[in-house]
Design a protein around this ligand. Structure first.
Ligand SMILES: NC(=O)c1ccc[n+]([C@@H]2O[C@H](COP(=O)([O-])OP(=O)(O)OC[C@H]3O[C@@H](n4cnc5c(N)ncnc54)[C@H](OP(=O)(O)O)[C@@H]3O)[C@@H](O)[C@H]2O)c1
Length: 287
């Protein structure tokens, strides 16, 4: 009998990669989706789509009923704890599914960003729920670099506010691989994993990797934390998002993200992908 897996955040960065891999792995996949246009693409892949928001209790319950495993992903936002709480409550009512929850790098009560603090609250709620769980706390996504494509193309510059801070940033494809393996096998229950890329690198090294791939010099321009805040607000992420990215920029500049783990390899058997692989295999599609 195939494994029944429900995915939230199926149309996001991680979910988009997880869903087809679960289907390829023989799972029966259900997705809770709030945008009917995005639901069509999932239906055509063979996914059962339940329309609804995280806080639509009836829709969430329908999506979770009978699931062997559930992937819980909510975007960074001030209501994330309420949203996650609604999902955890529904999972408890649905029996005893294995919950895989997407948290974030070094989530903790004293994390330097509000996002990290909220993730810590939700991580604890899941641990205390009595449900079988696996918590994933991935490092900064390499895929965030996608938003720099216009300035790389127009100015040969990449603007970030991480100073010379080193970071074990990770390719989202590795997060998806880890997630899929755990969901399909029901493995790593009761564990919190911290997936990272293979090396801790600066944005100067990111710019060098892009320069090498494009065969033209791309320069990293370090902007102030205040400029980070303003540009995030201008991108439509609101005051909360602006403050969170301001605080991440400061923390990363100060070396808070300077670490790597071998958690990707421990779960998948494969080394995590390098910045060169990310640039040539993912970012390349944006040029
Ligand atoms: N970016 C990073 O560097 C980084 C690093 C570590 C951890 N994280 C964590 O990773 C998580 C985000 O993962 P991601 O990037 O894959 O997600 P994402 O791309 O931000 O997508 C969020 C998903 O949630 C759905 N969604 C949003 N609000 C919803 C609602 N009210 N009801 C139902 N569905 C809703 C979205 O649907 P729509 O498509 O309709 O919007 C989308 O499918 C966050 O918890 C973040 O803190 C991020």
């Amino acid at each position: 009998m195939s494994r029944k897996i429900t995915v939230t955040g199926a149309t996001g960065n991680i979910g988009q990669l997880v869903v087809p891999a679960l289907l390829a792995g023989g799972a029966e996949v259900t997705a809770l989706v709030r945008d009917s246009k995005k639901a069509e693409g999932l239906k055509s892949q063979g996914v059962t789509v339940i329309p609804g928001e995280y806080t639509d209790a009836a829709a969430v319950q329908t999506a979770f009923e009978g699931a062997d495993a559930i992937l819980m992903i909510a975007p960074p936002n001030p209501d994330a704890v309420t949203q996650m709480s609604a999902l955890i409550t529904a999972a408890k009512k649905a029996g005893s599914p294995h919950v895989v929850r997407m948290s974030a790098i070094k989530a903790a009560a004293d994390a330097p960003t509000e996002n990290g603090k909220l993730h810590h609250v939700s991580d604890n709620e899941l641990i205390d729920s009595g449900l079988p769980y696996t918590i994933l706390r991935p490092h900064l996504f390499m895929q965030n670099i996608w938003m720099s494509i216009p300035t790389i193309q127009e100015q040969s510059k990449i603007y970030w506010g991480m100073g010379d801070g080193k970071m074990g940033m990770i390719d989202v494809r590795d997060i998806a691989d880890v997630t899929v393996k755990i969901l399909l096998n029901g493995s790593h229950q009761g564990e919190t994993l911290n997936p990272t890329g293979p090396e801790s690198i600066t944005f100067t090294q990111v710019a060098e990797a892009i320069s090498k791939f494009l065969d033209k010099e791309v320069t990293y321009i370090n902007v102030t934390y205040e400029q980070v805040r303003q540009s995030i607000i201008e991108m439509g992420w609101g005051e909360w998002g602006g403050q969170v990215m301001h605080d991440y920029a400061k923390a990363f500049t100060e070396g808070w993200g300077d670490f790597t783990t071998d958690d990707v390899e421990k779960v998948t058997g494969n080394k995590s992908r390098s910045i060169d692989q990310f640039v040539s295999e993912v970012l390349a599609h944006g040029f």
